[in-house]
Design a protein around this ligand. Sequence first.
Ligand SMILES: [Zn+2]
Length: 484
Amino acid sequence: MRTVGLAAVCLAFVAGCTAVAPEPTPGERAKNVILFVGDGMGIATVTAARIFDGQSHGRSGEENSLSFEHFPNVALSKTYSFDAQVSESAATMTAMMSGVKTRSVAIGLDSKMRPGDCESVAGSTVATLLEQAETRGLATGVVTTTRVTHATPAATYAHSPHRNWEFDGMVPKEARKCMDIARQLVEFKRGDGIDVVLGGGQALFLPTGAGGVRRDGRDLLSRWQRRYPDGRVVGTASELEAAMTEGVTRIFGLFNADHLQFEHDRVVNQADEPSLATMTADAIRVLARDPDGFFLVVEAGRIDHAHHFGNAYRALGEAVQLSEAVGLAVQLTSVEDTLILVTADHSHTLTIAGIGYPTRGNPILGLADERGKLVPDGAGRPFTTLSYANGPGAHAASDTQPAGAKHFPHEPTSFTDQATARADLTRVDTTGPDYLQEAGVPLTLETHAGEDVPVYARGPGASQAHGVIEQNEIYHIMRRAFGW
Ligand SMILES: [Zn+2]
């Protein structure tokens, strides 16, 4: 059904009107569903990435939109889990994939599970949407920039009482009855198996002595190939490209022993690894050959990692790459039959600050300015627009702080210029790729954050994405869109 909305009328009759024609209103039933997860992509990350992307194209940046910001429907997702106020990827992805809030570190298990207890798996296993799609004869795919056994992708196909049990060497002796996550992927039993798996983590599928870390001697890549003789195992971007020209219908691609490189490093190092956008487009091309439809999960998994390292440059680069991947998915599918959701599993403590305030077009990774002049802190030193609430970018070691903790109400403080105080950033290039943004609380790794994350939706069933929702509602939105 097509609609002629106000925006189209506006285009035709109103001089100077810049609105674009509306997309056709889709039905409520989806043939295909694609879930994009920006791991750790909170709203501050989206805003900063949008500016970063715009500025990298020579514009002031603030007016730029990432591809998914054009989607007509938006909701806010509450990311707390069964037992955590600030959650992590295993529990949050299980919420999105299986419809239940669960405990931290649980993969595909409900809250009856006990973390690290193999015996608790039997009574707490919940079917994932990907398993249901396979059982119903759809094509399925999992794409990620992390190891394909990492928490977010694992929650699409595995059931494990600990997210760390990625290969046999990580499963404790007393839990050997529990299959490690890599093996669960290769021995996946629903339907005809997962059709497309693209990401990192090759070492977890190979035995020690053969470039891997497995202690059970299993070569899971050979086993996968024996199980799917018509499928293709690839290990580089070039091999992926070659396989695509041959029209494969099943592909297993692991392009790094560990996580894939950050997009920035992939380009600088000219690594033979595909970008997230390439993997996404290839996955859609393969899956779309199934006339029954497909379910695809794509994770930009390293937004989270760069944030943990306190490095906004790489985090924003990963988020921009996610935007490119979503843009390709929009081009390669139809709004009439494909629901696309873009969301995050949880946020990070990145903040966009300034007083005075940072001028429009000021570099998002730069020092906060006011009409071109740097804004001083209490000791006269400049600071960056982006910073973290905690993490490795903190300058002061908490145990050497000269003064005690400060308490509300605020009393005027005189700031000093001593060794433990902030660095003088006047001549530091804070826009460089390796600069670590300053942080409040000194921590080896910056942490997740607990506020709501956005959900952007387009296609059949997208209208259900509105208001403030529980994260596990995302599962039900996708399931209803399929008509199940
Ligand atoms: Zn994380």
